[in-house]
Design a protein around this ligand. Structure first.
Ligand code: ACO
Ligand code: ZN
Length: 166
């Protein structure tokens, strides 16, 4: 399965985000998602949790996707005590570059670093209940829906809270 993923994403590279990538990351976020953030938000996640902040680079060097995370201490969804949980804050891939395995690869890198670098025992995220591509991706990676967060988004849409042990 890993070999197949690599073949699909031919020529692309997943690497840790650098400070110079943050404007590109913010731009991709603006184009692809209704949930947007000020520059300092991206910068803060990069400064604090840079080891789990990744970008996907196309053959020419253009940044075409990103994933950024936050490490939080919170009651576990799989353990009955406080755990370190890796919150997938945002992931996106530019439309032209989708269905090549980049979303899956970005998630795999982020989950690995949340476990190995930050010692998280779980990971969780929120996703719009209508966002089938993203939900499929998360289910493929073993995330389970824990609960519905009603009226989670500014436009009134509900979110699924999804989580998995690491
Ligand atoms: N329809 C159905 N399933 C899909 C679709 C789709 N359009 N796209 C991806 N999937 C599922 C499939 O199971 C796919 O595996 P397959 O291609 O072997 O069938 C699997 O996800 C992995 O696909 P990738 O190619 O790795 O994913 P991609 O690079 O296309 O990125 C992403 C997926 C990030 C969700 C992309 O569609 C995107 O950027 N969407 C807009 C932004 C967004 O919605 N981000 C998530 C918000 S929630 C959050 O950030 C926590
Ligand atoms: Zn969130």
């Amino acid at each position: 399965a890993e070999k197949k993923l690599q073949e699909k994403a031919q020529g692309y590279r997943i690497r840790n985000a650098e400070e110079k990538d943050l404007d590109d990351v913010r731009q991709i976020n603006m184009i692809t998602l209704p949930e947007n953030y000020p520059s300092y938000f991206f910068r803060e996640l990069w400064i604090k949790y840079g080891k789990s902040f990744y970008v996907a680079e196309a053959p020419g060097g253009k940044i075409v996707g990103y994933i950024m995370c936050r490490v939080e201490t919170k009651p576990g969804y799989f353990k009955h005590f406080l755990v370190k949980s890796g919150h997938i804050v945002s992931i996106a891939v530019l439309e032209k570059h989708r269905r090549k395995g980049l979303g899956h690869a970005l998630m795999a890198y982020a989950l690995k670093s949340l476990y190995e670098e930050y010692r998280c025992s779980e990971s969780y995220l929120e996703v719009r209940v209508t966002n089938k591509p993203a939900i499929n991706l998360y289910e493929k990676l073993g995330f389970k829906t824990i609960k519905i967060l009603h009226h989670y988004y500014l436009d009134g849409e509900d979110a699924f809270l999804m989580a998995r042990p690491l």
